[in-house]
Design a protein around this ligand. Structure first.
Ligand code: BG6
Length: 496
């Protein structure tokens, strides 16, 4: 069944960083898909800007190449491509100087009613200078919004500085901080699963859940982003934002509505309830790793330090940690988080591991494994509920642990839209539900900062792991010393 498409209002979208990687890989393909779906009205325009001196035609050529690289040929026709490219103009603008700003003002459609969005797909050091010029050149209208790409700062202090600079120019209602994980289909489904079904919510607490695992594993390495990545590492690049946001959606109380602030208030409470991990503890409950040479997809791949061209980096490409939420719902029930580059498999999933039944009449003949709910974000989006059932046949009461398995591709058959498609349309619609509020970002940093400080103060280096494995052995030890194991899709029979 095709999703219902409602056309958004006409808009001017200004993309700073128009010649950058994000625009080519994500923004332009996402806008193209929405155009193709009929969601973008004829009067809407995209103004790409960057420092490079290019004309409209040369820029459209770059976009065309990018679409060819990132979309399947079956996804577009020459007519659709021509219509999309005709919406795009290019302007050379100096984010830190004066050049190009007056031309940008001339290039925007006037009128208080028209939606105007500035997408800052640039490094955070440019957020403040761009915001200041947007104001000084009189580009803000009542329906203007600004979109900030992560990272928002590199710690709590720098995030506050960014937020303050943005806050001097824009009202918080106009600020859209992107965490693209919130736009993923299955992440949204987490809310549907929890709050549109009577089944789970009564069990969604420490009395019935043993622990939660959140894994975001990638097989790719740093892919030409080593310069940025080496200043960030997995903790800042993934845990501070994507993994903590997933944790919030699993752990939060039911919001009073789907209004942006109702949802964000609940997420904020979770972030504030995270039990602090002190500098002293950081080394034992937060494992960091760095990949060495190994194999990925059957091919030999170099180690992180070789890709970076420096032997002394202590940047982590892997993190596994144990978080605890000090509130009534979750006290004593750990959330194990794990993410890394060059791991054995590309898989992002949330595993909700229920507690064992209080008494079994089937043992010792048949052990009873606890239930697990596995929400697979990617690839193969879907939900599996692991249950005990009787092995068919007359051979007595033998039990098996098997999943009730719902694959979204099989159930719905539709193309799974990229997160940026939804998020960009939400910006135009002015819906902030899937965007991070200032206090959320700062609360996440407040929890992360002492861990980073602990790592920095330590003389230990990140633990090495071979590319193509599941990370350092200490990440396995982290969960096993609590008598638990990382979930494997073959089945959690070995779970406590
Ligand atoms: C980005 C990180 O935010 O998310 C990248 O900067 C990472 O390092 C990416 O590869 C993962 O996103 P996805 O959607 O491919 O899981």
């Amino acid at each position: 069944m095709a999703a219902r498409v409602i056309e958004v209002e006409p808009f001017d979208l200004v993309v700073f960083g128009g010649t950058g990687d994000l625009a080519a890989r994500k923004l332009m393909p996402a806008l193209f898909q929405r155009d193709l779906a009929g969601q973008i009205p004829a009067e809407a325009r995209i103004l790409a800007v960057s420092r490079r001196d290019l004309g409209d035609e040369a820029y459209r050529g770059l976009v065309q190449d990018a679409l060819r690289r990132h979309l399947k040929p079956s996804e577009y026709t020459p007519e659709a491509l021509a219509r999309f490219l005709a919406r795009i103009c290019y302007l050379a603008v100096d984010a830190e100087g004066e050049a190009g700003w007056s031309e940008l003002r001339e290039g925007l459609r006037p009128g208080a009613a028209r939606v105007r969005a500035f997408y800052l797909a640039v490094g955070p050091d440019l957020f403040a200078p761009i915001a200041e010029r947007i104001e000084r050149f009189g580009l803000i209208t009542p329906r203007t919004r600004v979109v900030l790409e992560k990272p928002i700062g590199k710690d709590g202090a720098s995030a506050r500085a960014v937020n303050e600079a943005i806050g001097r120019v824009f009202d918080e209602r106009q600020v859209f901080r992107i965490d693209h994980y919130l736009g993923k289909e299955t992440v949204q489904n987490l809310m549907a699963l929890r709050f549109a079904n009577a089944l789970f919510e009564p069990l969604w607490n420490a009395s019935h859940i043993d622990h939660v695992q959140i894994t975001v594993a990638e097989t790719l390495g740093v892919e030409g982003r080593a310069g940025y990545y080496d200043t960030a590492g997995a903790m800042r690049d993934m845990v501070q934002n994507h993994l903590l946001q997933l944790l919030c959606l699993v752990a939060m109380e039911p919001p009073t509505s789907l209004e942006a602030d109702a949802v964000r208030d609940e997420k904020l409470k979770v972030l504030k309830s995270l039990k602090p991990i002190g500098e002293q503890e950081a080394g034992s409950v937060c494992i960091r790793g760095q990949y060495r040479a190994g194999a990925s997809g059957g091919a030999a791949v170099p180690g992180y330090l070789d890709e970076l061209g420096r032997a002394d980096s202590t940047t982590e490409t892997f993190v596994a940690l144990k978080a605890e939420i000090a509130n009534w719902r979750w006290a004593g029930r750990p959330f194990y988080l794990r993410t890394g580059k060059r791991l054995a498999q590309r898989v992002s999933e949330i595993v909700v591991a229920f507690r064992p039944i209080p008494h079994s009449v089937f043992e010792p003949a048949s052990p009873v494994a606890p239930n697990r709910l596995v929400i697979r974000l990617q690839p193969d989006e879907g939900v599996k509920l692991w249950l005990m059932i009787k092995d068919p046949g007359p051979g007595g009461m033998r039990l098996r642990h098997v999943p009730l398995d719902m694959s979204f591709a099989e159930a719905f058959g539709a193309r799974n839209p990229d997160a940026y498609e939804r998020l960009l349309m939400d910006v135009v619609r002015g819906n902030q539900t899937l965007f991070m509020r200032r206090d959320e970002v700062e609360a996440a940093w407040a929890w992360i900062d002492p861990i980073l400080a602990g790592w920095k103060a330590s003389t230990e280096r990140p633990r090495p792991y071979a590319a193509g494995t599941w990370g350092p052995s200490s990440a396995v030890a982290l969960i096993e010393r609590d008598g638990r194991t990382w979930h494997e899709d073959s089945g959690p029979e070995d779970a406590p």
